[in-house]
Design a protein. Structure first.
Length: 130
């Protein structure tokens, strides 16, 4: 080992120093960088895959998830807490699911108008949202 190479702290292989990437103060090789790390779509920091949260759509780091994101209770999509819609049960919805749920509630309501025995509380939910 001379000063033009380094040992990847992840896979242990020797690589050229010019191919080193710094991860939290440790050097890793490009293969490991591609295979085991991700750039958070929210804050732009590169983090280990184990420290990410994904919905199959976007990948964000755990700290962004914990401080700013939540999962839509319908489709499981990651959404910013501040742009999520909450129903009476404090369940978060993404924009799409909110639209769909509202449509569904409206349709159900039409049925309920004709059925005075319907006691489902969910059918009155949309009054809060409109
Ligand atoms: Zn490596
Ligand atoms: Zn982040
Ligand atoms: Zn959704």
């Amino acid at each position: 080992m001379d000063n033009t190479t380094f040992v990847c702290s992840n896979c242990g292989a020797v690589h050229l120093l010019t191919e080193a990437f710094s991860m939290n103060g440790k050097y890793i090789c490009e293969e490991c960088l591609q295979a085991y790390t991700h750039v958070c779509e929210s804050c732009g920091n590169r983090v280990w895959d184990a420290d990410t949260v994904s919905d199959g759509n976007i990948v964000i780091c755990r700290s962004c998830y914990e401080s700013r994101y939540t999962h839509c209770c319908e489709c499981d999509r990651l959404i910013l807490s501040e742009s999520a819609y909450y129903d009476d049960d404090e369940e978060p919805y993404c924009h799409n699911c909110r639209e769909q749920t509202m449509r569904l509630i409206r349709d159900r309501r039409k049925i309920c108008v004709n059925d005075k025995n319907c006691g489902n509380e969910k059918h009155r939910l949309s009054q809060e949202w409109e």
